[in-house]
Design a protein around this ligand. Structure first.
Ligand SMILES: Cc1cc2nc3c(=O)[nH]c(=O)nc-3n(C[C@H](O)[C@H](O)[C@H](O)COP(=O)(O)OP(=O)(O)OC[C@H]3O[C@@H](n4cnc5c(N)ncnc54)[C@H](O)[C@@H]3O)c2cc1C
Length: 261
């Protein structure tokens, strides 16, 4: 089983700062981590490899420093990690991002299963996984919480929805996006950490994946950010003082005075 996991490097913060002049996120001075949902994807890929054999390759598109984050996945047991990095990829929206990742997956070749996280904690669109599948012409299943069965021809999974879950069968190759309920990601092993230190992370440029210049980066991005801002806090929280009885009375009075009930 040849498995690829798409992993994004994201800022390690919930406090987003925005440059009002350029309408871009301020990334300076903010440490980076692997998108948390992608860790669950890596874990699930490793579990399938342990069951059926094969290889797990991690693929990321980002600046050269993203290579360091990828070492963490090598330490977990991934066979290899590849970084797509080129000035031509800069300014990519989700369409251009998924195009580059799909081209990378095509270059890896013979892939049976692609994993993504359900969404990235910075961009938050949840579009990239399904878009990669469309570009590769393969089926996709989103919000997967359990892999029930898998063989070299098909996969049966449970996908979460608002009312519970659906059981879905898909032929391989296929792409899955996963939720955190799927597993508990393992910690890196000592052996893995030693290997991760020295392993070479290949960097593939746009030319190396035969990417069309009109479909990458800003050129390939039909969406443009007009304005980006942090929403104003419209109401403040209120903390009631006093004994528990007094606090409850104050809360009930506040609810009644606002005619909530
Ligand atoms: C007009 C425009 C310009 C932009 N310019 C920039 C820019 O200059 N610099 C910049 O950093 N961002 C830029 N972005 C944001 C960038 O497009 C998104 O971060 C990116 O497309 C991924 O979308 P997302 O974060 O919503 O991921 P989601 O769709 O929420 O991610 C779902 C899953 O897809 C996979 N995935 C997503 N992105 C990657 C990746 N890069 N590598 C590997 N796997 C991935 C992961 O498995 C992830 O869990 C721009 C966006 C727009 C709309």
């Amino acid at each position: 089983m040849k498995i690829v996991v798409c992993v994004k490097q994201v800022p390690d913060t919930t406090e987003v700062k925005i440059n009002p002049e350029t309408n871009t996120l301020v990334r300076e001075g903010v440490a980076s981590i692997i998108n948390p949902f992608d860790m669950y994807a890596v874990e699930e890929a490793l579990r399938i490899k342990e069951k059926l054999g094969g290889t797990v390759t991690v693929l990321s598109m980002g600046p050269p420093q993203a290579a360091e984050s990828l070492r963490e996945t090598i330490a977990m047991g991934v066979d290899e990690a590849v970084l797509l990095s080129d000035r031509a990829f800069a300014g990519a929206d989700t369409l251009a991002t998924s195009y580059a990742l799909a081209k990378g997956i095509e270059k890896i070749g013979g892939v049976d299963l692609v994993f993504c996280g359900k969404q990235a904690i910075d961009g938050d669109t949840a579009q990239v996984g399904p878009e990669i599948a469309e570009k590769l012409g393969i089926p996709h299943v989103t919000y997967v919480r359990k892999v029930n069965e898998i063989n070299d021809k098909e996969i049966i999974v449970e996908r979460m929805n608002e009312d519970g879950y659906e059981r879905v069968q898909a032929p391989l190759p296929a792409l899955l996006t996963v939720v955190k309920e799927i597993n508990e990601p393992r910690l890196p092993s000592l052996k893995g950490k030693m290997r991760a230190k020295n392993v070479e992370i290949p960097i593939w440029t746009a030319a190396m994946i035969n990417a069309d210049a009109d479909k990458t980066g800003l050129n390939g991005s039909p969406t443009w950010v007009k304005r980006i801002f942090i929403p104003e806090l419209k109401c403040q929280g209120e903390i009631f003082e006093g004994s528990p009885e007094e606090q409850v009375k104050s809360l009930v009075d506040a609810i009644l005075s606002r005619k909530v009930v």
